[in-house]
Design a protein around this ligand. Structure first.
Ligand SMILES: [Zn+2]
Length: 389
């Protein structure tokens, strides 16, 4: 084996990644600036940028600065030329869209399937149907898709493409990757946990840009977290990091859908709040609780206070375990009912030990409900364009 040649090829790929990442992260950068920042030779930067231009991955335009002399040519990633199909599966809602490398969402469509009433194969067929609808939109005609990535809540083995467990979907050992590959034989298929995808999206386009260590906490029909450690998504040994929804908070608590008592999500997930509310109001939903709390009804105030208290405990676990620079809140419960995150943020700073109080900032996700699909696309694009990103 010619190791020297392999080594040369490795360096070439790393240099391409380095140049591409500078253009991606600093749109409008010039070749001399890249040369300065990367310490590569001007000739190497020139050769690599020419390759990227020829492949349609970047474009150049003249600077309009009024300086005397030759104006530098500025470089920009052609993100719109690089779309991916992204799908987020939730228990009550499914979303599909085309997302380009600039993070822009195109042709977003939604369905309201209740996953528990359908088999995994039926959900895969739904994904195919939604993907076909997105790809057939006139604005996307002629685009070459990089592939499809599906994200969902649960423990997902990246190697086998199996959903090992999704208590929200009541799935065990579902070979979702294979089932999707059968339906999409001509394109790369990827899977990920939805909170890992959200963490990726926030670190590239959202609130966690420039953060090296951070946490995104999602609260909706379940509870989960995505973790950024040293600038990358921390997945743990088997892609199971951040599964906080089933941390036991009280062994004498309410029965969880996982079969154990007193998990975190039995205090903060939307169904847990609604279950308690229905002791007081038949057919109550989250809006019923918020209206009753506003009217001063004690039962509703108690439900919200408990939600705030347990969410704060979850945040304090993360700050003690990981010492993040930022904690971002997301998920349908907080995105759809802003009053709840107002309660949470009003209570900030949290009651925690000395320096921890000011060690991180707490904010809402800037990407909102699109965080999952944007992250799905980024996950796929990282996989397919590993040579560049
Ligand atoms: Zn549980």
């Amino acid at each position: 084996m010619n190791t020297e040649k392999l080594g040369g090829s490795y360096i070439k790929i790393e240099n391409r990644k380095l140049v591409f990442s500078h253009i991606f992260n600093q749109p409008g950068i010039s070749r001399p600036q890249i040369t300065n920042m990367t310490k590569l030779s001007a000739a190497s930067v020139g050769r690599i940028t020419d390759e990227l231009l020829n492949e349609g991955l970047i474009r150049e335009y003249d600077s309009d600065s009024g300086n005397v002399g030759r104006r530098p040519t500025l470089l920009h990633v052609c993100g719109e030329n690089i779309p991916a199909l992204a799908v987020e599966l939730d228990r009550n809602k499914q979303v599909c869209a085309a997302i380009d490398l600039t993070g822009k969402v195109h042709c977003r469509i939604e369905r309201d399937f209740y996953v528990l009433n359908h088999s995994p194969q039926e959900i895969c067929n739904l994904v195919r149907e939604m993907a076909d609808e997105v790809m057939s939109k006139p604005s996307l005609s002629g685009k070459k898709f990089s592939g499809i990535c599906v994200v969902l809540p649960g423990l997902i083995c990246m190697d086998s493409g199996k959903v090992l467990l999704s208590s929200q979907f009541r799935w065990n050992d579902v070979p979702l990757g294979k089932m999707l590959r059968d339906l999409f034989p001509k394109m790369p298929v990827a899977l990920d946990n939805e909170m890992n995808a959200r963490a990726l999206a926030e670190s590239l386009y959202g609130e966690l840009r420039h953060e090296q260590n951070a946490v995104i906490l999602g609260i909706g029909s379940g509870v989960g977290a995505g973790i950024i450690a040293n600038g990358r998504v921390y997945r743990g040994d088997c892609n199971m990091a951040g599964e906080v929804g089933h941390i036991p908070m009280d062994p004498n608590g309410k029965m969880c859908e996982c079969g154990c008592y007193g998990c975190l999500q039995t205090y903060v997930a939307d169904w847990a709040l609604v279950e308690d509310a229905r002791r007081f109001r038949r057919n109550a939903d989250i809006n019923t609780i918020l209206r009753a709390a506003e009217g001063g009804e004690q039962w509703a105030i108690s439900i919200i206070e408990r939600f705030v208290r347990y969410t704060k405990i979850a945040i304090s676990y993360f700050t003690s375990l990981l010492n993040p620079g930022a904690v971002v809140l997301s998920g349908s419960l907080l995105e759809d009912y802003s009053v709840l995150n107002e309660w949470l943020l009003r209570e900030y700073p949290l009651k925690m030990q000395g320096p921890f109080k000011t060690s991180f900032r707490l904010s809402m996700s800037g990407l909102g409900r699109d965080g999952g699909i944007i992250g799905a696309a980024v996950h796929l694009l990282y996989k397919v364009y590993d040579e560049y990103l």
